[in-house]
Design a protein around this ligand. Structure first.
Ligand code: BTN
Length: 260
């Protein structure tokens, strides 16, 4: 069976502030669906909730994909989950025949975890025309060649890289095409036939289903156990007041003593 090639044009940069920022500018000027911006280095890589994304040259894959899907705003979360699933599947496939094959888990909504540490994150941004989605930017960062000591001290215990997990250094350019092919296959199938398969595959990788965690929301904290996803990809959190549907937020491990 012949594989469909990646349909979008790929724009390579040596250094940008943020590939998401560059992609947004291109989207606003009319860049088509599936256009990709890749950079060797970002000087102001952005994470979720205004955090920064540590992006030195040669250490990670930093790319942003412009999407123009015909979906409802409520389905944006499903694109987010599909992107995280595509990263997990890519890392699993990449290492499947190696000495230390990886089996990534997904911390809702879009952190990719290996052995309890984050290896990749996704920042999904959007532009609207009236009430309709004009474009989405799926910004994806994967830690590839960092040693533990190269992460900033505040991130070191919670972050990992392919090098740290498998012991191998990898050329970043060689990862881009296989990642994009898998991403395209997953997302285009979901856009054509629905997100049921994505939700089902995501469920199998759902992280922290065995413990109480904290969901940090602006101004309040909810505690519970991640139990499942609904068909929209929203999280069902088991709390002492029953199952609660979570549509946004960030999950954190409970600090010791919190449970009492
Ligand atoms: C997160 O986990 O907080 C999301 C991190 C997303 C980082 C990527 S790197 C490529 C793209 N450009 C950015 O500025 N951010 C995303």
């Amino acid at each position: 069976m012949q594989r469909k090639p990646y349909p979008g044009s790929i724009h390579w940069f040596t250094s940008v502030d943020s590939t998401n920022r560059v992609a947004r500018e291109m989207a606003q000027k009319g860049a088509p669906d599936w256009t990709v911006v890749v950079a060797e280095q970002q000087t102001a890589g952005k994470g979720r909730y205004r955090r920064r994304w540590f992006s030195p040259a040669g250490k990670g894959l930093y790319l942003s994909i412009i999407l123009r899907p015909d979906i409802l705003p409520e389905q944006m979360n499903l694109v987010n989950l599909t992107s995280a699933l595509a990263v997990a599947e890519f890392l699993e496939k990449l290492t499947q025949r190696e000495k230390r094959p990886l089996s990534p888990a997904l911390k809702w909504p879009n952190d990719v975890m290996i052995n309890g540490r984050k290896i990749s994150g996704i920042l999904l941004e959007s532009g609207f025309k009236g009430k309709r989605i004009d474009y989405l930017i799926a910004g994806i960062g994967i830690n590839v060649n960092q040693d533990a000591a190269e992460f900033p001290p505040d991130l070191r215990s919670r972050t990992t890289s392919l090098k740290r997990e498998t012991g191998r250094l990898r050329p970043i350019e060689a990862l881009t095409a296989p990642f994009l092919t898998g991403f395209y296959r997953r997302l285009s199938a979901a856009l054509q036939t629905g997100f049921r398969e994505v939700v089902s595959q995501y469920r199998n990788r759902l992280y922290w289903t065995d413990r109480m965690v904290e969901l940090r929301l602006p101004g309040r904290i909810l505690r519970g156990v991640p139990e499942d996803l609904d068909e929209w990809g929203f999280l069902r959190l088991r709390t002492d007041r029953g199952l609660i549907k979570i549509t946004a937020g960030d999950l954190w491990e409970m600090t010791e003593g919190d449970e009492s």
